[in-house]
Design a protein around this ligand. Structure first.
Ligand code: 3HC
Length: 328
């Protein structure tokens, strides 16, 4: 998808001209860039989705971060450290993408901490064993790849470009998790049982990451029409199931769904229905770890206030000593 800048003549045109040009750009699979005119609804839903995506990356550092000091080897610690650090970077790319739409990063952080903006439900589950670190990499980052690769073709330029960089790192995240589990499965019976237990706990919440079913997804129609989303929630969920089943067979674990089977006619796997009431409960703040995750995020924001103040003071001092009209 190449980037088409708003037609300069349209810049002075009526709103109808601008709307027509916007729709023409979307229809031709071209990119909308920050300086282009866009409908308020397009801007609003992008800020909503990109902010939540960014929040998810930052909160997502917590479940695995808890294992950095307890990793079973220096190699595992180094891998986990790199992964958690990547997630922080993903969050920063995405907050920067949201800022190109006029969002304010501090405001978005406050909305998250005050529960006025969401983050992915998946990060509200506990990580009691090191096998959880592997299953998060395999399932959660695997699901993120299914969801994020199409977003590389999102109609909004900065979001799509952030996704290209993020998806490269997600592949490492997914592979390291699967390799960790493969190692444990070659270990003791206790380690194999630990992996199966983690698979049992994370499978259904991972399917819920893709959002509610299409017939109960209020944002999908508009997001698909604007080519922000390229596939529906159910389509991406199906892709994830079809991708994961053979991996589970190779690993030697059982996915906890008695309805899971290959459907030759469909050329896809049939599978059971996630508990949508659980997704609603977790999204509404009543998951196993919601309170702890937001308390930690609020504490980290508080503890980091001095860094923000020092950076702002440094920037102000530099600006005050810059010769007038100097280019930064
Ligand atoms: N967790 C939390 N909220 C969810 C959710 C979930 N699993 N699924 C849906 N929701 C929310 C939506 O945000 C929406 O609420 P809102 O209108 O207040 O924003 C509501 O439930 C209805 O859902 P819709 O399907 O109508 O909403 P969307 O069209 O936005 O689809 C989505 C939901 C598929 C999550 C979409 O927002 C999306 O693709 N977001 C970008 C990707 C993303 O955020 N992934 C989350 C994980 S990030 C990650 O995994 C990082 C990796 O490094 C580990």
């Amino acid at each position: 998808m190449d980037t088409a800048h708003a037609d300069p003549t349209a810049a002075d045109g009526t709103t109808e001209d601008l709307q027509a040009h916007f729709e023409h750009t979307i229809r031709r699979d071209q990119r909308i860039e920050p300086r282009d005119w866009m409908p308020d609804g397009y801007r609003k839903t992008l800020i909503r989705q990109i902010a939540q995506h960014a929040h998810s990356e930052i909160i997502g550092m917590q479940p695995e971060g808890e294992w950095i000091t307890r990793a079973p080897s220096l190699r595992r610690k180094a891998i986990l450290f790199a992964k958690v650090q990547d997630e922080a970077g993903h969050g920063l790319y995405l907050y920067s993408a949201a800022e190109t739409l006029g969002a304010d990063r501090a405001d978005l952080t406050n909305r998250l901490i005050e529960g006025r903006q969401k983050y992915s439900s998946i990060f509200n589950y506990p990580t009691p064993t090191f096998a959880d670190v592997g299953v998060i990499g395999w399932f959660v980052d695997g699901a993120a790849i299914c969801n994020q690769v199409p977003l590389c073709r999102s109609s909004y330029g900065p979001y799509a470009r952030a996704m290209v960089r993020i998806c490269k790192e997600e592949s490492f995240h997914q592979r390291q998790g699967y390799e960790l589990l493969m190692t444990m499965m070659r270990g003791t019976d206790a380690q194999r049982a630990m992996v199966q237990d983690a698979v049992d706990r994370w499978w259904w919440p991972s399917l819920m990451m893709f959002g509610p079913p299409d017939d109960n997804s209020p944002n999908s129609a508009a997001s698909m029409a604007w080519k922000i989303k390229r596939h529906s929630n159910d389509e991406l969920r199906q892709r994830f199931v079809d991708m994961t089943v053979p991996q589970a067979q190779k690993l030697g674990v059982t996915l906890p769904d008695p309805e899971l089977r290959w459907n030759e006619e469909r050329g896809r796997h049939d599978f059971g229905t996630p508990d949508w009431s659980e997704l609603q409960r977790v999204i509404s703040g009543n998951g196993p770890c919601n309170t702890q995750r937001l308390e930690r995020r609020a504490a980290a924001h508080e503890e980091g206030a001095w860094v923000r103040q020092a950076a702002a003071a440094h920037a102000a001092k530099r600006a005050a000593h810059e010769p007038k009209g100097a280019v930064a």
